[in-house]
Design a protein around this ligand. Structure first.
Ligand code: SAM
Ligand code: SF4
Ligand code: FES
Length: 328
């Protein structure tokens, strides 16, 4: 009953008349498998330097209109997040060659002294690098496949290799990471069938975390004139992911809130059980502009921590005090 075939997924994605049923089914499954606790992950955007040219992203190397930065004192930001009660830190960046295997391992070891679970989101790396990061203490790794449609992937990612992204996901599983992936919803020429394939793919690789984000057009990219992704469609992809992968961690993504002022709360009531508030120091936040109108650009980490807890409490849910692994 609650395990849909590819054809059923396509039908559901195309038909908006049963959305309320879909969202409440996903919410029910979330409650049954994950309970009412919401896990907060403190996000540190530690470098916006990137060698890639992803057509949708404001950090792409060809965008000469942003000021690039690297945060030298990542540990200070992490300690602040720990003071605010975060049990997971997510280190995110562009694909920045400055962070060699050795440098990353040092950062990981330093942060792991803080009694936190550590997630990396730093792009594609070799097996050897991923192995060294794991051995240094990294617990989880996020790398969205973005789209499983190979042709579309190649169009969106000049000079990148679909097979290498897949290879990373497989290596991460082999190395015992909790593996996060996900997709963008609303890329130009993306079909409903391919979104169904994305959902089937999350199931096939047994992803531990899946982040679904609507595409948001950035003015300094080749996709500047394309329409934004659709909030409801992104929510449906997320809800279907919950229904198929019942016990995984699913964030209410920041991109959803950018398109809808109540987006994260709506997502938490449609299958999500995680939120990733930004703990990057304010001076850098505006410079990590992957898409325009990102939320919380002027709010201190302290403010966001309270804000999100109030919102979570307002829907009868609570902030978890544990690390929030898939299987506790
Ligand atoms: N560089 C790493 C990577 O690409 O895996 C991590 C950082 S990257 C900024 C994180 C995510 O941002 C990407 O996986 C992508 O899905 C999302 N993103 C980038 N540009 C976006 C846009 N214009 N709209 C929505 N999401 C976007
Ligand atoms: Fe770089 Fe990631 Fe943006 Fe692609 S999505 S340009 S890899 S930061
Ligand atoms: Fe940042 Fe609400 S979470 S202001």
């Amino acid at each position: 009953m609650t395990d849909f075939s590819r054809n059923e997924i396509i039908e559901i994605l195309k038909d908006d008349s049963k959305n309320e049923w879909l969202f409440s089914l996903a919410d029910k499954i979330r409650k049954e498998y994950k309970g009412d606790e919401v896990h907060l992950r403190g996000l540190i955007e530690f470098s916006n330097i990137c060698k890639c040219r992803c057509k949708y992203c404001g950090l792409r190397s060809e965008n000469k209109n942003i000021q690039r930065y690297r945060i030298t004192d990542i540990t200070e930001s992490a300690k602040n997040a720990v003071r605010l009660g975060y049990k997971t830190i997510v280190l995110q960046s562009g694909e920045d060659g400055f962070y060699t295997k050795e440098i990353m391992c040092e950062i990981i070891k330093e942060l792991k002294k803080l009694d936190i679970a550590l997630t990396l989101s730093i792009g594609e790396r070799s097996f050897e690098d991923l192995k060294a990061f794991r051995e240094s203490g990294a617990d989880r790794y996020l790398i969205r496949i973005e789209t499983t449609d190979r042709k579309l992937y190649e169009k969106m990612h000049p000079r990148m290799d679909f097979d290498n992204r897949m290879r990373c996901l497989k290596d991460l599983k082999k190395l015992g990471y909790e593996v996060g992936t996900g997709c963008l919803v609303g890329l130009p020429e993306q079909s409903i069938d391919s979104l169904a394939d994305d959902i089937m793919f999350f199931k096939e690789i047994n992803a531990d975390m899946v982040g679904i984000g609507p595409f948001i057009a950035h003015p300094q990219t080749p996709l500047k004139d394309e329409p934004n992704g659709n909030f409801t469609l992104a929510l449906k992809v997320m809800a279907l992911t919950r229904i198929l992968l019942k016990d995984i961690n699913i964030p209410a993504t920041t991109a959803m809130e950018t398109l809808n002022p109540n987006g994260r709360i709506i997502a938490l009531q449609s299958g999500a059980n995680v939120v990733m508030p930004n703990v990057t120091p304010l001076e850098y936040r505006k410079k990590y502009e992957i898409y325009p109108n990102k939320i919380c650009l002027n709010e201190e980490p302290e403010h966001c921590r309270k804000c999100i807890e109030n919102k979570i409490n307002s829907i009868g849910r609570t902030v978890s005090k544990n690390y929030g692994f898939r299987k506790n």
